[in-house]
Design a protein around this ligand. Structure first.
Ligand code: NAD
Ligand code: MG
Length: 408
């Protein structure tokens, strides 16, 4: 994290949006569209969603559009050929990296879901871009290597996850810089970080009902509208667990100084407690356009399209301890945060496989944490010293998870 803002030659911030067709991608383009004099879109990328990417190309005329799936890329190329849009359509991993690394790009929104986002996000860091990080899985699976790549580059890393964006806003400027030392927290008097979470759709459900929950019930979040994978993670509280590990890396925190607080209204997005008893919180509507606009414009502020918080209409702000018995995935993630770094890679990969199996009705909701537990128990944990080691640990956990799921 650093303190200078790059700008393209015309005074525009030139942006590549990785995962532009997803929930965060769409919200990002909503903010971008409100400020045509500030931002221009260099590239938009997606996995297979031709329909949404086509509409986005028509609206933003990016130089490049990348579809990971080659048949989808052919289809988009065909559709754009009959328009006035000159967007070049590319496909594959190398294309994804090239639209990140291009010298014309100032800013990369990293909003691919899951481990698939790691290499392009890391490429953006290594090329010294301003990186807006939504893709928390990249940091969970490779946190130490990711942060060391950041410290060796000129990149600026700004958190998009609403909790981490809130913490970033509540920390003093001395702790936002990449060259902070281990004593920076003592000098700044930061006591702990309070990571808030809504508790998800099953917050008040009995354990037996949670175990039998369906994919639609799990994706029916009370406060936030999000992609299906993060919605399931929010229902199991694994999302809070991934965020616990994300916070540890992003802010260089000792896990013992991070506390999870359930706050069902999702109005406070997280807090920082100081030694003198002060607690700073960031509040706002539960709408991702606020952290996105904050990071796009940082250190300035721009309109995000989000309506003001109306304090008179708030019924109250409640706080609870998380229930680790009904939500064992959170407990697993918190213990993994203090293990050698490969443990988080294994946890993340096993969770991606288990959530996918749940969404495809191959396992029940209650099996997700059981798969994670079995896969973590089977693995040896060690400190990751290369991206190849990360990818090996990720692959091991995926194969092991498939085997565990097949045996259920
Ligand atoms: P989503 O499922 O709505 O969108 C995912 C995007 O990634 C899509 O554009 C999809 O095409 C692309 N994608 C998926 N697999 C890919 C692959 N293999 N290769 C290339 N592209 C691929 O997800 P989302 O809710 O927008 O979440 C994106 C990321 O942001 C996740 O890491 C999530 O944890 C994080 N996040 C999301 C929210 C939210 O409110 N949605 C909040 C905080 C953090
Ligand atoms: Mg979050």
């Amino acid at each position: 994290m650093s303190n200078s803002v790059p700008e393209g030659s015309a005074g525009l911030q030139v942006i590549t949006v990785l995962g532009s067709t997803g929930s965060i991608g769409v919200s990002t383009l909503d903010v971008v569209a409100r400020h045509p004099s500030k931002f221009s879109v260099f590239a938009l990328t997606a996995n297979t969603n031709v329909d949404v990417l086509e509409q986005q190309c028509l609206s933003f005329s990016p130089t490049y559009a990348v579809l990971q799936d080659s048949a989808s890329a052919q289809e988009l190329k065909k559709r754009l050929a009959s328009t006035k849009i000159s967007t070049e359509v590319l496909t594959g991993n190398d294309a994804l990296i090239s639209v990140v690394e291009d010298g014309a790009v100032d800013t990369v929104m990293a909003a691919i879901v899951g481990a698939a986002g790691l290499l392009p996000t890391l490429a953006a860091v290594k090329m010294g871009k301003k990186v807006l990080l939504a893709n928390k899985e990249a940091l969970v699976m490779a946190g130490g290597l990711f942060m060391s790549a950041l410290s060796q580059s000129q990149a600026i890393l700004l958190p998009i996850d609403s909790e981490h964006n809130a913490i970033f806003q509540c920390l003093p400027n001395t702790l936002k810089q990449r060259d902070k030392t281990s004593s920076s927290y003592d000098i700044a008097g930061v006591k702990k970080v309070l990571l808030t979470g809504s508790g998800g759709p099953f917050r008040q459900w009995p354990i037996e009902a949670i175990q039998k929950a369906t994919p639609d019930q799990a994706c029916n979040h009370p406060n936030w509208s999000m992609g299906r994978k993060i919605s399931v993670d929010s229902a199991s509280l694994m999302n809070k667990g991934l965020e616990f590990i994300e916070a540890r890396w992003l802010f260089g925190l000792d896990p013992k100084n991070i506390e999870v607080v359930i706050h069902p209204q999702s109005i406070i997005h997280s807090m920082v407690e100081y030694n003198d008893g002060s607690v700073l919180a960031q509040l706002g509507q539960p709408d991702m356009r606020t952290p996105i606009a904050h990071a796009l414009a940082w250190p300035s502020r721009i309109d995000s399209g989000v309506k003001s918080l109306d304090f008179m209409s708030l019924s109250g702000l409640d706080f609870e301890r998380p229930d680790l018995e009904r939500f064992p995935a959170l407990s697993l993630a918190i213990s993994v945060a203090s293990q050698p770094s490969s443990a988080a890679t294994v946890l993340n990969a096993a969770n991606e496989v288990a959530v996918d199996a749940f969404l495809n009705s191959r396992i029940g909701f209650g099996n997700i944490a059981a798969v994670l537990d079995t896969v973590l128990f089977s693995a040896n944990f060690f400190e990751l010293d290369s991206i190849d080691a990360v990818l090996d640990a990720d692959l091991y956990a995926r194969k092991m998870s498939q085997a565990v799921i097949a045996s259920l």
